[in-house]
Design a protein around this ligand. Structure first.
Ligand code: C5P
Length: 293
């Protein structure tokens, strides 16, 4: 086996909370994360010239050491020590997940590269070891290694696997602009107090398989920060609720917003209606990478 392909699933934040600052300059987070089957396709073949090459279908994405897929391959080979010294890889990324959208597209590509190289080389690194290698590449990479439904704390790398979210239909809508992550954190830091999601209530609802208990509690503290994203989120959320969404929220650092629907049929209809106003609309289902199952 010299070439394989791996799906890199998008992630959504069912809840996102900032609970403090850390001595390393990062923030303490508490997030419920969910993978969905909107995905990038990652194809990798091994070479033995020590070079890592990345190609993507989006011309504006860097294909050198700035690309997280490139960094993930480097981290994997370096993690193998002497054995990884002359190894190289050709990586092809077919991007479908919108970029800079709060959907973890780059992090998921990085995690998919780690899983794929583990399989290609039959290296048998544990998921925990892959999460450790992925941590320095981006705060969402550790979650994306196993995906599914997880609680992420600390920098995002203290993970607890939860039971899967009950099946449902999800519509994701990405407004056509990006949000500055440092600005969001700055605003949250400057506030003396802010609302917090009921993360524990959500965890209990997930444990009981009660979708409504989850959708009633969807909450992201970044959505409260004033700015263009808040106005767009309000408009999209209101439209999604009109179309029958059980609950709606902005994902991660935005600007993408998602709505949870009872099934894919409802989600499909809502996606169609929303796409008349917003170009980047997707319907999706909860998912998890199958490599470790
Ligand atoms: O790790 P990642 O590249 O996703 O983080 C982007 C930026 O978000 C970091 O440079 C940092 O400013 C901020 N961040 C943070 N605390 C976290 C995660 C990210 O302050 N837990």
């Amino acid at each position: 086996m010299n070439k394989i392909s791996e799906r890199a699933y998008a992630k959504l934040n069912l809840s996102l909370d900032v609970t403090g600052t850390r001595p390393d300059g990062y923030h303490e987070m508490r997030m419920l994360m969910q993978s969905v089957d909107l995905c990038d396709e990652v194809k990798i073949s091994l070479t033995h010239d020590g070079e890592i090459r990345v190609r993507t279908n989006l011309r504006y994405l860097p294909s050198d050491g700035r690309n997280i897929a490139w960094k993930a391959a480097r981290a994997f080979f370096d993690g193998l020590g002497e054995e990884g010294k002359n190894l190289g890889a050709e990586i092809s990324l077919k991007k479908r997940i919108p970029v800079c959208a709060g959907l973890g597209g780059g992090s998921s590509d990085g995690a998919a590269v780690l899983r794929a190289l583990n399989r290609l080389l039959d290296a048998k690194l544990s998921p925990e070891r892959l999460e450790e290698l992925g941590g320095p590449l981006g705060s969402d990479v550790p979650f994306c290694v196993r995906g599914g439904t997880q609680l992420a704390e600390g920098r995002g790398d203290e993970l607890k696997i939860l039971p899967p979210l009950p099946d449902c239909g999800i519509v994701i809508c990405k407004p056509p602009f990006s949000v500055s992550t440092p600005e969001l954190f700055r605003h949250v830091d400057e506030r003396r107090s802010h609302n917090h999601p009921d993360t524990d209530g959500m965890i209990s609802a997930i444990g009981c398989g009660e979708l409504r208990g989850v959708t009633q509690r969807l909450y992201n503290v970044f959505e409260d920060v004033p700015g263009r994203h808040r106005a767009a989120a309000a408009e999209i959320k209101s439209r999604m609720l009109d179309l029958g969404a059980m609950g709606t929220v902005m994902s991660g650092t935005g600007p993408s917003v998602f709505g949870v629907f009872e099934d894919m049929e409802q989600a499909g209809r809502a996606r169609e209606a929303l796409s008349r106003r917003w170009r980047d609309c997707f319907s999706a289902r909860p998912a998890a990478p199958d490599t470790f199952s």
